[in-house]
Design a protein around this ligand. Structure first.
Ligand code: ZN
Length: 311
């Protein structure tokens, strides 16, 4: 039998960057136990090569002037932290990066060294690698906060494997739970020289985006594309093609991007999820008639690809 052995090169990004590599995406090995032994993750947060992404209430600490600093030392906090709450995110440039959620008092003590930012704003100032660590910190911290009790026996759970999982504290149960992602599709629907965009009521004035929605149980992601576009706009689609994906840490989605071709063109807002939807030409988009989604989003990448005639 052939057994896979861990690669000697232990700090890698598992994919090449392409023009379909989006902010927040990336993969730094941190899960396999052999890897963990090799880099000797300790429970001592004061180790020289330990760095922290500090978060508070969904916001991420950073100093952005003049240089962007996202990874801090625990000594910057000037207070002891609970090593049981450190979440290992991966190795980066020979440092071990952890996430740590601060309480309000602790967060105030860091006002001199940085500001807590919403990730949507901060990510624009980060490298793609840093944005990945920030996204992973946000997703895992949110997941730990919301999984304090066992779903099988209701006992308390505790952090396990340096924060990669949680485990039930009841020794008759010991159920292990893994971080959960919510897959969602996002699709650019084309109809000859027009594309289909919609807007939700609570979005900024005049902002439109591609059609999106969560994958439901027992659906293929292609099924979701067909259902979501029909439910939201009454448009039937075919020729569905996968484009790329983007982690979306608000709080824990994975956006799966597609293009599709419209098989009908009469719009009707079937489920009222959208306030408005319409067909837009490239000229409409260039004219500033509507606001497009933020540059860091996969939605904007899908739209830009269509504007540049890539599909
Ligand atoms: Zn349990």
């Amino acid at each position: 039998m052939l057994i896979n052995t861990p690669s000697k090169k232990i700090s890698i990004q598992t994919k090449e960057k392409t023009n379909k590599t989006h902010i927040f995406s990336g993969s730094y090995l941190c899960q396999p136990s052999s890897y963990q032994k090799k880099i000797n993750i300790t429970d001592d947060p004061y180790k020289k090569n330990h760095r922290f992404v500090f978060m508070h209430n969904g916001q991420c600490l950073a100093s952005i002037d003049p240089d962007v600093i996202l990874f801090f030392k625990v000594t910057d906090l000037k207070k002891e932290i609970n090593s049981n709450n450190c979440i290992f995110l991966g190795e980066f440039n020979h440092d071990l990066i952890f996430a740590y959620e601060l309480n309000k008092k602790e967060s105030l003590s860091l006002e001199k060294i940085g500001t807590f930012f919403n990730l949507r704003i901060l990510a624009i100032n980060l490298s793609i690698e840093e944005s990945n660590f920030a996204a992973k910190a946000a997703i895992l911290i949110d997941w730990h906060k919301n999984n304090k009790f066992c779903s099988k026996c209701a006992s308390k759970t505790k952090q396990n494997l340096h924060g990669q999982t949680r485990k039930c504290s009841n020794n008759k149960c010991e159920y292990q739970i893994f971080p959960k992602l919510n897959p969602a599709i996002i699709v650019l629907v084309m109809n000859k020289n027009h594309c289909l965009l919609g807007r939700q009521k609570n979005w900024p004035h005049k902002q439109f985006s591609t059609i999106a929605g969560f994958v439901e149980p027992a659906e293929s992601i292609e099924d979701t594309v067909v259902r979501e576009v029909f439910e939201e706009t009454n448009i039937r689609v075919g020729s569905i093609k996968y484009h790329s994906s983007q982690p979306w840490p608000f709080p824990s989605s994975l956006m799966l991007g597609f293009t599709a071709v419209a098989l009908s063109n009469k719009i009707k807002l079937n489920d009222n999820e959208l306030e408005e939807a319409g067909w837009f030409s490239r000229e409409d988009l260039a004219s500033g008639l509507i606001k497009l989604p933020p540059k860091l989003s996969i939605s904007r990448a899908l739209i830009n690809g269509w504007i540049n005639d890539k599909y």
